[in-house]
Design a protein around this ligand. Structure first.
Ligand code: GLU
Length: 514
């Protein structure tokens, strides 16, 4: 593949050869906003298709809109795709093989000279022309068409000018749209047919150095030898325009697959402009990249066997572009929460703890102290036990951290909270004193098991009642009215810290009754 500017004459992209087609797909995001989950879904479907065919996945930054394109958004694309594990094969090395990292990603603003040559070629051959109509002219023409009861479109005013109109400057370059029916077969939607006559001559560039999307995309897809264009449904109506430009330039037409729109639960279209649908937002809220990949792959597709929780390798193996649905795909956050927890549960604990660790730091929770491991474990084991404890309720890594705060740092609380309903400070003090004695005398290893700890407390529970023992104990251990049960907490924070917290509760009760 050669993406360099053609030399003297315009280079034609190679026609499809008889040999088996090598799959080459691309994701072509515009860096004009945070990376949207919809773009991530398109990238994922392209990546799955490339990987399952041993093909190439190209990343092309479509930054022709210089005003709205920003470096930070480009960085967000790199970060987002890397975070999801969607590695791109940037381009071929000089010897023709894939060479990750040295040739890309492609940036349209670095390819102006290439587009210019193709624009010049179209102008020379009369397939494109300069349009001198000003905004006011266009508005007047539009009004005239409406008045005549015609659908408004560019009427071809400058199509056949023998010379530039005196005193007028070229405004844009238009592509001469032929009066034909454009047909193509979409891999998802099937046969499609458009009456090109309705389009009116399209603007393909502002000037020779400022091509627009529908032109640059055609040149790039051809020169990058893209075999399958997999993109959002919002580009479906651009396809006939692009096919006509391909034909005028002698380029082959790739296969097309237009993915269903992503919808809000009320079935309205999910806008790109809302920052809450930025991929980074999900990362920052503590969703795992594996869960997001799993979730995004189900936005418009699902495996044949009703398999819902799976990893990338499964998706690569089973993905089937032909089975992608046509109807819009609803973005259901509850499903994402469920998938995230399923993926958290399937992770080795050490990995889960290390994934959760930055969320503890972000929440300002110091995980370096806060408990003696019952099993003499090393650094990090408290974090692992905390994560395991929260798995049954937390939906995200951020929730694991937030709900584990008390395990690392006992919050200040009102000692009256220690008193079980209908009981007095004296009852709570007696119950906690007995509990501390029983726990202090427990056998080594009891703190490693919830059942063993319950056994230790059973005689007290039998004597005083469940609530009268477990309520003050739970508050002493957690400092809060709602928390996991006391045996589970003790298992996590260990014997030494548990006893220290009970002592602290007893001191609180003593001072409150003083
Ligand atoms: N830059 C376009 C977008 O972000 C790419 C469309 C395409 O894939 O052709 O929507």
């Amino acid at each position: 593949m050669d993406t360099a500017a053609p030399k003297a004459s315009v280079m034609r992209a190679p026609q499809p050869s008889a040999e088996k087609e090598r799959v080459r797909v691309r994701i072509a995001p515009s860096p004009t906003g945070p990376l949207h989950v919809g773009t991530a879904r398109t990238a994922l479907f392209n990546w799955l298709f490339a990987r399952q065919h041993g093909g190439t996945f190209v990343l092309r930054i479509e930054d022709t809109d210089r005003e709205r394109s920003k470096k930070e958004y480009e960085d967000a694309i790199f970060e987002g795709l890397s975070w999801l594990g969607l590695d791109w094969d940037e381009g071929p090395s000089p010897d023709g093989g894939p060479d990750r990292g040295s040739h890309g990603p492609y940036r349209q603003t670095e390819r102006t000279a290439i587009y210019r040559r193709y624009l010049e070629d179209l102008l020379e051959r009369g397939e494109a022309y300069y349009c001198y109509c000003t905004k006011e002219d266009l508005e007047a023409q539009r009004q005239a068409m409406l008045d005549a009861g015609l659908p408004p479109r560019y009427g071809g005013h400058c199509r056949s000018l023998a010379a530039p109109p005196p005193g007028k400057k070229p405004q844009v370059i238009r592509f001469r749209i032929p009066e034909v029916t454009v047909e193509f077969t979409d891999m998802i939607h099937g046969k499609a047919s458009f009456d090109a006559g309705l389009l009116g001559d399209q603007v393909i560039a502002k000037d020779l150095d400022t091509p627009l999307y529908n032109f640059a995309v055609v040149v790039d897809d051809a020169l990058m030898e893209i075999t399958h264009v997999i993109r959002g449904d919002d580009h479906f109506s651009n396809t006939p325009k692009q096919i006509l430009v391909q034909r005028a330039l002698g380029f082959p037409t790739p296969h097309y697959a237009h993915l269903p729109l992503i919808l809000n639960p009320d079935r309205s279209k999910m806008s790109k402009r809302f920052s809450d649908v930025a991929l980074a937002n999900y990362r920052d809220r503590g969703y795992l990249p594996d869960a997001i990949v799993n979730f995004l792959s189900l936005l418009g597709w699902h495996p044949k066997e009703d398999h819902e929780v799976f990893d990338r390798a499964f998706a690569v193996e089973h993905f089937d572009i032909g089975r992608v649905q046509q109807a819009g795909a609803v973005f259901n956050e509850e499903k994402l929460d469920w998938l995230n927890r399923e993926h958290m549960k399937r992770m080795p604990l050490a990995e889960l703890a290390s994934a959760a660790s930055p969320f503890f730091a972000k929440a300002g929770i110091d995980t370096s102290g806060g408990g003696s491991p019952p099993d003499g474990g090393q650094d990090g084991t408290l974090l692992m036990r905390a994560a395991a404890l929260q798995l049954s309720r937390a939906k995200t890594l951020a929730e694991i951290a937030e709900s584990s705060r008390f395990l690392f740092d006992l919050p200040a609380y009102d000692p009256n909270l220690l008193v079980w309903k209908g009981n007095s400070v004296r009852h709570a003090t007696a119950s906690l004193t007995d509990a501390a004695a029983a726990l202090r005398a427990s056998a080594p290893g009891d703190f490693a098991s919830r059942d063993a700890l319950l056994q230790v407390l059973t005689p007290l529970i039998d004597a005083r009642g469940r609530g009268a023992v477990l309520w003050p104990l739970r508050v002493a251990l957690s400092g809060q009215a709602a928390s996991p049960d006391p045996m589970e907490i003790m298992q996590v924070i260990g014997k030494e810290e548990s006893l220290a917290r009970i002592e602290r509760a007893l001191r609180g009760l003593a001072s409150s009754s003083a």
